[in-house]
Design a protein around this ligand. Structure first.
Ligand SMILES: [Zn+2]
Length: 146
């Protein structure tokens, strides 16, 4: 049995503001996020299967992530439900995601894990997810830690 990890990288642009925060991220502003998703599993060994040799088809992983994370969050403004004008902003600009948490890099990672885990095929394990908020700042989730 040989377990292999495969990783796919995604990029999206997203605005947020941290309600009641005491630093610059209290202002509405944007980041160019980079999301790296690593899954693990055994490469398919069925010779007649079109996916032979693959842990998961990169295209399948791409579709899951694009449909469920990139589409809703790219070019969105993400605000906590505690942000006073969140509902008004959503009415005016449509693509405003109102979440029940402070939209920090860490909490976004938790949200993305919760979205992804139930969508992965049975034989694939989510191993690791990394979200860069800037080139030098990121949050990570590892299955081993949790
Ligand atoms: Zn920020």
């Amino acid at each position: 049995m040989t377990v292999i990890r495969v990783t796919k990288e995604f990029k999206f642009e997203m605005a947020h503001a941290l309600t009641n925060y005491d630093g610059k991220c209290k202002y509405i502003h944007g980041h160019s996020y980079v999301l790296k998703i690593t899954v693990s599993g055994q490469p398919n060994r069925q010779q007649n299967n079109p996916k032979v040799g693959m842990v998961i088809d990169f295209g399948d992983l791409k579709k899951i992530v694009n449909d469920n994370i990139i589409e809703p969050f790219d070019h969105a403004l993400v605000l906590s439900k505690n942000a006073k004008l969140a509902a008004n902003l959503k009415q005016e600009y449509q693509k405003v995601e109102i979440v029940d948490y402070q939209p920090t890099c860490e909490n976004l990672v938790i949200h993305f894990i919760e979205i992804l885990q139930p969508l992965l095929p049975e034989n694939i394990v989510l191993h690791h997810l990394r979200l860069n908020e800037t080139a030098t700042s990121y949050a990570e989730w590892f299955a081993d830690d949790n």
